[in-house]
Design a protein around this ligand. Structure first.
Ligand code: FDA
Ligand code: PGT
Length: 452
């Protein structure tokens, strides 16, 4: 078999892998990025395509521009199940053309020295002495297998987890997940019959009947084009996502002209805390493969970028040390958890709570501002659910009805704080991981009992 040698092998060129390549480029390392897709389809996956502007600012990444940018976003409007309450959450963002933006990032990485092979799939890991040392890949263009040896691998295979799932179970990054910790999502992009009223606003419709354990969205891509879709919780035995789409799309997108559809498709999105560790000897896992999406809104592009950035930083430091052990790569976990992972853990609990609410509870909660819109935004930005507000609401509303909802919410906020504290005490190295993992599991078990 043909053999090639690199410093770093990046598997997957979506938002996570391309960001890692972009931050690693031109730093004196020999890097190969491979993706199964042909070049012009890289970055093309079912997605709502909404990304907050802050992520680009925080990571020093270029804004989408020209054909990469379809609509500038000024905020999100959230609708209660009975449509009687509308909350507006302001915040700048972009509705992007994901393939165009991803390919731009990859092109910039390639221009700065990263080698990119499209139509190439990682088939299986090369493992030696408990270290990942590369992969056997298959180049579909030349129809040949190649043994790629690398000092380390960055695994960015998306929800498929197609590389890390082939690692032996005793390697912690091979960890699987519960189907209920993911949403099945489907979207169509199509032209509208009339101009969209407020193309600068993303619309999110919460409704446990039309999208149990998820929501519907209507994300404008310009004045007469829209990305419309829904998510439902996985593992619950619900009818297929298409059944929901066909049954309810008109309620949310009566103006959509499905005869002028541009693209359609579905996929899964993880809605949990990140992998307990994103690294092991010779490997870093990033993006959806590392479960880095936001548990409450399912947005995962921004956090895929954060994980790519953290992976690149840890990789560069490991090359300085010449050490690719789990301990050396560990700073990926510290970097990611500080920037996003702790918030995800806290929002996983919030998500578990929200998915159990009835439409009646949500209507009531939104109408009476049991949680205020600014607190929801705060929770979604930081993972902190303000107890003070819940307390105040408790005093005002307890007399009006549904004290059990308020009581539960107070508990939820306390557990959210507790899990964040656990993440603040994230282990300094792999040795203490099993104990910490046990504490996290225990807390979640307890929490589930409290909200059941
Ligand atoms: P991604 O899946 O993009 O990339 C993985 C890449 O790896 C692919 O290109 C694949 O070909 C390649 N690959 C896999 N296995 C391989 C192998 N063995 N060898 C070589 N290549 C391999 N997020 C958001 O921020 N805003 C939003 O509006 C939405 N909306 C949304 C809607 C729907 C319907 C879904 C399903 C998801 C979303 N998300 C979202 C989530 C978002 O799409 C997701 O979090 C990111 O795109 C994840 O990026 P990754 O790079 O991790 O994976
Ligand atoms: C409840 C379970 C939901 C499961 C998920 C469903 C999955 C569907 C598929 C995915 C569609 C993806 C849509 C992506 C939308 C992107 C939204 C976005 O960009 O949000 C911004 C940025 O957040 P960030 O975390 O990326 O960045 C933070 C910061 O910029 C950088 O650090 C923030 O805006 C919001 O978060 C708005 C809130 C959205 C909330 C969604 C629904 C929640 C339901 C609430 C019900 C409340 C009722 C209470 C009653 C008691």
């Amino acid at each position: 078999m043909k053999q090639l040698t690199y410093d770093v092998l990046i598997i997957g060129g979506g938002f996570a892998g391309s960001t890692a390549a972009w931050h690693l480029a031109n730093k004196g390392l020999k890097i190969l990025l491979i993706d199964s897709k042909p070049w012009n389809r890289i970055g093309d996956k079912p997605c709502g395509d909404a990304v907050s502007k802050e992520h680009f600012d925080n990571l020093g990444m270029p804004y989408p521009e020209g054909e990469q940018l379809e609509q500038k976003i000024d905020g999100i409007k959230l609708y209660s199940p009975d449509m009687s309450t509308e909350w507006t959450v302001k915040g700048e963002g972009f509705e992007i053309n994901a393939p165009a933006y991803t390919q731009r990032i990859l092109r910039e990485a390639r221009d700065r020295g990263v080698e990119v092979m499209d139509l190439t799939t990682a088939m299986k890991p090369i493992l030696e002495d408990g270290f990942v040392k590369g992969a056997v890949i298959f180049d579909r263009r030349k129809e040949e297998q190649i043994e790629v040896r690398a000092k380390m691998v960055i695994e960015a295979t998306g929800y498929s987890r197609s590389f890390r799932s082939k690692l032996p179970q005793e390697i912690p990054v091979s960890e699987d997940m519960d189907e209920r910790d993911a949403d099945i999502a489907y979207r169509e992009v199509a032209y509208t019959r009339e101009d969209i009223d407020e193309p600068g606003y993303l619309k999110i419709f919460i409704n446990q009947t039309t999208s149990p354990g998820g929501y519907w969205w209507y994300f404008p891509k310009g004045k007469d084009k829209v990305n419309i879709g829904l998510g439902i919780q996985g593992g619950m035995g619900y009818p297929s996502i298409y059944t929901f789409y066909e049954k309810y799309w008109k309620e949310y997108g009566a103006d959509v002209d499905r005869n002028r559809m541009i693209v359609k498709g579905g996929a899964l999105v993880p809605t949990r805390r990140p992998l307990d560790t994103l690294v092991w000897n010779g490997i870093i896992v990033i993006g959806d493969s590392g479960y880095t999406a936001n548990p409450v809104h399912g947005g995962g592009k921004g956090s895929a970028m954060i994980s790519g950035f953290c992976a690149a930083r840890a990789t560069l430091n490991s090359f300085e040390k010449g050490d690719f052990s789990a301990q050396s790569l560990w700073e990926t976990n510290l970097c990611y958890n500080e920037r996003y992972g702790a918030k995800q853990a806290s929002l996983e609990l919030f998500r578990r709570f929200l998915q159990k609410l009835s439409d009646d509870d949500i209507n009531y909660g939104m109408r009476k501002k049991v949680i205020r819109e600014e607190d929801l935004l705060e929770a979604s930005m930081t993972g902190d659910l303000q107890l003070s507000v819940a307390d105040k609401a408790m005093r005002v509303i307890a007399g009006l009805g549904r004290p059990s909802l308020l009581y539960k919410l107070k508990n939820v906020a306390e557990y959210m704080k507790e899990i964040k504290a656990l993440y603040r005490a994230y282990p300094a190295g792999p040795d203490q991981l099993p104990k910490w993992k046990g504490q996290v599991k225990q807390l979640i078990l307890e929490f589930d009992k409290v909200i059941s």
